[in-house]
Write a protein that binds this ligand. Structure first.
Ligand code: TRP
Length: 470
């Protein structure tokens, strides 16, 4: 197929866009609250092991599948194996599931830009917590902000890969990074901050269960944008001159760096304010404003910039999720970009409305016993991404010819990749069973067994009907 694909404007453009996909609410909203709920440093340690042993290798695999075929997720996998076409389909479903709740949180971030300039930082830490609780359980405010967030996504993705994604990533990622360093310094210098540091860095393994491992694996995939073909799609746009392993390492280091920095920004302050670490999804929206409240007038300025940057980090991630679906519709269904974007946007809006209302207006779903928001979250990161990553590893390790991979990863022998054999061994022999074991122990331990089983049933059906898929 000799259709010319748009390429990234520059090397930096690609790294920033891939890092822009990876760095998002997963690092700044999700990582800290999961760490808090799972007892701190032991969770972080397991997460880091998964990132190094599984995450980087799967990212290299995704980049190779995308660049070697020049196709987005579904097309790339189909090129190598018809039997595994369902993995691409799983990716498209994952993108919808994540985009069924991500815009809700993106909307919270947008709303907090306005909160920042309308007196939030004049309140006490308790009042800041109440403000958040009242806001997210409301029926109209969070919906409006969520729709604004989704509309921004639609605008950017409709403009195509270069115009939108690259420009947005270039300016605001560095801003966010610098702000997090600044907040960390303030947080660390609060009275009583030391307890937060030991929570982050002194491992307590007594709290670790099978569920901790599954949560850490899900977080590794979620945060690195892996397991559903987003990085396959990005790789398909990458120039043949770039080295894939090098780019994967850079993206991973940036991503983990931001997550750890977010933890360092939040936990010292959290303990200093006398709060408990198990704040759940409200953590960043409660603790960070507390830190800004300690800064006087400057707090308003920094707070405003922080929530702008957080919103943009969320946007650069959500556009990559939307792009997975859109490029599937363009490549495999011959749809026009604009039409694909608008159709996708409508479905995501409906899902996100339900997810947002499940924070207050609707109770938990019958039988499954969780709200819609949690349902989408659990299905995506505890079932679809991990299993998706497992299948991507299987396709790469067992279906794709090893020499094809060697050529792709060394740019036809022009660049060296010293760890090629190690990488191939991990992808073929270690990663698939490792993910399988973590998934099994996670299911045994998890409270939401019904949700897990539902997810696995969907994956199984997809696999069985794989041949019928496009
Ligand atoms: N990694 C993003 C975050 O941390 C979320 C995300 C974007 C994502 N694209 C993805 C997660 C693809 C899984 C797969 O916020």
């Amino acid at each position: 197929m000799e259709i010319k694909r748009e390429n990234w404007g520059s090397r930096l453009g690609f790294v920033l866009a891939a890092a822009g996909s990876a760095v998002g609410l997963g690092n700044i909203w999700r990582f800290p609250y999961l760490t808090g709920e799972n007892g701190g440093s032991a969770f972080i340690l397991i997460y880091l092991v998964f990132v190094i042993l599984i995450g980087i290798s799967v990212m290299i695999a995704e980049f190779s599948l995308g660049r070697s075929t020049g196709l987005a997720a579904v097309g790339a996998i189909k090129t190598y194996s018809h039997r595994f076409t369902f993995v691409g389909a799983m990716g498209v479903i994952s993108a919808f599931l994540i985009m069924g709740f991500y815009p809700v949180v993106g909307g919270w971030a947008l709303a907090y830009i306005l909160e920042s300039v309308t007196g939030l930082y004049a309140l006490s830490p308790e009042a800041i917590g109440d403000t958040f609780g009242n806001f997210i359980t409301g029926a109209t405010q969070p919906l409006i902000w969520m729709l604004v967030f989704l509309a921004l996504n639609i605008l950017i993705v409709a403009k195509g890969i270069k115009g939108g994604i690259e420009k947005a990533a270039k300016v605001l990622m560095p801003t966010l990074f610098i702000l997090l360093i600044f907040i960390s310094i303030r947080s660390l210098t609060l009275e009583g901050a030391g307890e937060g540091l030991s929570f982050l860095f002194r491992p307590d393994f007594s709290l670790v269960t099978g569920q901790t491992f599954l949560a850490a694996l899900g977080q590794a995939f979620f945060s690195l944008s892996l397991g559903m073909g987003a990085m396959i799609t990005y790789g398909s746009y990458l120039s043949k001159k770039e080295t894939l392993p090098g780019n994967a390492v850079i993206v991973t280091v940036l991503d983990v760096g931001v997550a750890l920095l977010a933890g360092i920004a939040m936990f010292p302050a959290l303990f200093a304010f006398g709060m408990t670490p198990d704040q759940g999804p409200g953590l960043v929206f409660v603790v960070i404003p507390g830190v800004f409240a300690e800064m006087g007038g400057l707090g308003v300025l920094f707070g405003t910039i922080f929530f702008i940057a957080l919103s943009v980090a969320a946007l650069t991630s959500s556009i990559s999720l939307m792009e997975v679906v859109v490029s599937y519709l363009i490549d495999q269904r011959d749809m026009q970009r604009k039409k694909a974007v608008y159709g996708t946007g409508v479905v995501m809006a409906i899902m996100s409305i339900l997810a947002s209302l499940s924070m207050g207006v609707f109770g938990p779903l019958p039988v499954l016993n969780v709200g819609v928001f949690d349902l989408f979250d659990i299905l995506s990161d505890k079932v679809f991404l991990g299993l998706g990553g497992m299948f991507i590893a299987i396709v790469t390790g067992w279906v794709v010819n090893k020499e094809t991979l060697r050529k792709e990863l060394t740019n036809d022998g022009n660049k060296s990749f010293a760890l090629f054999e190690v990488w191939h061994f991990l992808i073929k022999w270690i990663i698939p069973p490792a993910i399988f074991i973590v998934a099994i122990f996670g299911i045994i331990d998890i409270e939401e067994t019904a949700v897990m089983l539902l997810g696995i049933a969907i994956v199984a059906l997809l696999a069985i009907f794989s041949k019928k898929l496009h």
